[in-house]
Design a protein around this ligand. Structure first.
Ligand code: RAM
Length: 338
């Protein structure tokens, strides 16, 4: 090898290693905290979050609490605060119970964002909302109305009784129902809680059918609940139908507008978009591009520009987009994605 070539190669190597060192020195450390382990919803969101954040030079620690409770998330937060990451992005198991811990994190200089399920306005700097809360409530109550034929008994199968996001969607459904005569012949008989555990969600579905033999529709605004209920209703050939929020990949065999299937249609949102937008929003906080205040804007990579708006709880949020409907026409394609 001639001398010029050797020195050119050496020089290139030095430049490369210098820039690699710079990237790792700058690399933001982010902790992503889900509601519970073993839920594909959080795994899918986390994959997109990690991919987007790592492409920007950050490192991400994905952490799950031992149970879908605020207490278990407080333990996780205690541990994280002692590690002093640049940011924590959390899906909250309770609206108010995390406030003291999340304030402690912010006081320690850690940026706090949330995604999927928002802790109260004082507990966060920004919330990445997958779809407007009222838009989700409207889509769900209209699906219940449509599937029930405009009248009759229906029930909610939720996650935990404290789940911030499920409670916000259920409240939105109730408010819409109470405010419009159109829904006057629908009777909400019970809100049951499957705690985002498959077995408990199955048991709660069975209990609802026992208690209310005329039940027409179950609405499960949780991916764990809807998948468990879908299987139970379909396996038992129940006349009760199902809608709610689900992952197309978990609902593929239960979706169809015929007697063979338990779920005519259901909703969710762009899961990869949720992970990505949450990553970009969290990084924008760390870099100081946004503080989380109303009307600030930032660019979320190839998702484009987003503007911070006011959330229903008077805190601020970034809304990813609209709820998406999944039915027999698109379920196969969408099940390949998430
Ligand atoms: C479950 C979780 C999550 C919720 C989805 C729809 O996976 O409760 O928080 O957003 O359902």
């Amino acid at each position: 090898m001639n001398k010029k070539l050797v020195s050119a190669l050496l020089c290139g190597t030095m430049v490369l290693s210098a820039s690699a060192a710079m990237v790792s020195a700058e690399g933001e450390k982010i902790a992503l905290v889900g509601k519970s382990a073993g839920n594909a919803f959080f795994e899918i969101a986390a994959d997109s979050f990690v991919e987007a954040a790592e492409a920007e030079g950050a490192t991400v620690d994905v952490v799950y609490p031992e149970a879908a409770t605020a207490d278990a998330q407080i333990k996780v937060l205690d541990n994280l605060i002692s590690q002093q990451p640049d940011a924590i992005c959390i899906s909250a198991n309770d609206v108010n119970a995390l406030q003291a811990k999340l304030e402690e994190a912010m006081d320690a200089g850690i940026k706090v964002s949330s995604f999927d399920s928002a802790p109260n306005a004082d507990s966060r700097q920004i919330f990445v909302n997958q779809a407007g809360t009222v838009a989700v409530g409207q889509a769900l109550i209209d699906a219940v109305y449509d599937i029930a034929g405009g009248e009759g008994q229906w029930a909610v199968l939720s996650a935990t009784s404290q789940a911030a996001n499920q409670n916000a969607w259920i409240d939105a459904m109730k408010t819409i129902m109470e405010g419009d005569e159109k829904y006057a012949n629908l009777e909400l008989v019970e809100v049951a809680y499957g705690d985002d555990e498959p077995q408990k969600s199955t048991d709660q579905t069975a209990a609802l059918l026992d208690k209310y033999p005329d039940l027409k529709v179950i609405c499960a605004p949780t991916t764990v609940g809807i998948a468990a209920a879908a299987k139970y209703l379909q396996d038992n050939g129940s006349a009760c139908k199902l809608t709610g929020l689900g992952l197309p990949s978990e609902m593929l065999e239960y979706t169809g507008a015929d007697d063979e299937h338990s779920c005519p249609y259901f909703y969710l949102w762009d899961m990869q978009g949720l992970g990505k937008l949450s990553a970009y929003a969290t990084l924008a906080l760390v870099k100081g591009d946004i503080t989380g205040a109303l009307d600030e804007t930032f660019t979320a990579g190839d998702l484009g520009e987003y503007t911070i708006t006011e959330a229903d709880d008077k805190g601020t949020e970034i809304v990813l987009g609209l709820p998406l409907e999944f039915n027999s026409d698109n379920i196969e394609e969408m099940a390949k994605l998430y």
